[in-house]
Design a protein around this ligand. Structure first.
Ligand code: R5P
Length: 290
């Protein structure tokens, strides 16, 4: 059985159909004081999958952990969390004394609640595998990059795939290699939440159809800086492809206003820019785990 929340019903429906499993939505009642009452199907199968993307994580985590604990009481012995977007992965060290290493602690909380964790393009920097994030549990990190690469190759066959920073190099290389596209990697310096500088690579972007590919678009400032740089260096067009379309606040409009032609994303995070579905990818991975 797949358990999901109503705000991710489309993704859940697609995943349940692909798996041939029944879907049940967690029923929620929000009390006036801000607490939530949860209701799950009373007889859960031994193997239960919970779908919960962790964009806007602070609003979701308490309810997710309560749902997992409740699911165990109702019969689920093996619980898999499918979190297409896994939050807090970037806070993987104490950058200043006293800073909480959220990646480590969220990983431990999820490891206490779930047996298996499946996600897509987690932002792992200083740890090599998702297994390390959920100690003693199985962690499976899938990638939407080849799917995005296929979409880009269909839409812009002569694209130059550009990673806006070194960390995105891994996804750009995967996508470019799978589809025979040219690629290059920019260098980024972050000065604040919304202040970034992006230096273009030596590769000549003049007259090229540049497609920026990254894991996350949050404030969009990384994409904006890279797009402006590419256009200033003579790129013919700039499009964007991202795994996780967070696009907080004015981000989406601001990226478009920077001269970006198309914005494509995977449906890890429900958004108007969704152009590629990760449902078959996740379904195949779950079948492989069964
Ligand atoms: C970080 O290095 C990620 O790969 C993204 O580049 C970053 O999270 C994007 O953030 P923003 O959209 O706020 O610039």
């Amino acid at each position: 059985m797949l358990l999901a929340f109503e705000d991710e019903a489309d993704l859940a429906q697609g995943l349940a159909s692909a798996l041939g499993q029944p879907l049940a939505l967690v029923r929620r009642h929000r009390f006036p004081d801000g607490e939530t009452r949860l209701r799950l199907p009373p007889d859960l199968p031994e193997r239960t999958i919970v779908l919960r993307g962790l964009q806007d994580p602070d609003a979701k985590l308490a309810v997710l952990l309560l749902a997992a604990a409740g699911a165990r009481e109702l019969g689920a012995r093996h619980l898999t969390l499918v979190s297409p977007y896994l939050a807090y992965m970037r806070q993987d060290m104490a950058f200043t004394p006293g800073e909480v290493v959220s990646q480590r602690h969220l990983g431990r909380l999820l490891a206490a609640a779930f047996d298996t964790l499946v996600t897509v393009d987690p932002h792992l920097h200083r740890v090599a595998t998702l297994d390390e994030v959920v100690p003693g549990r199985r962690g499976l990190a899938l990638s939407a990059a080849p799917l995005l690469g296929a979409h880009v190759a269909r839409q812009v066959p002569d694209a130059l795939l550009l990673a806006p920073d070194e960390e995105a190099g891994q996804w750009v290389r995967a996508a470019a290699t799978a589809h025979g596209l040219d690629h290059a990697v920019c260098r980024k310096q972050r000065h604040g939440d919304r202040e970034v500088d992006v230096a273009l690579p030596d590769a000549d972007v003049r007259g090229r159809a540049v497609v920026l590919l990254d894991d996350v678009a949050s404030t969009g400032r990384t994409l904006i800086a890279a797009a402006q740089g590419a256009l200033a260096h003579g790129a013919a067009t700039v499009d964007v492809a991202v795994s996780h379309a967070l696009f907080v606040g004015d981000a989406y409009a601001a990226v478009r206003a920077a001269g970006v032609r198309h914005i494509w994303s995977s449906d890890c995070v429900p958004h108007a820019s969704n152009a590629v579905s990760v449902v078959p990818l996740i379904a195949a991975a779950l079948r492989g785990l069964a």
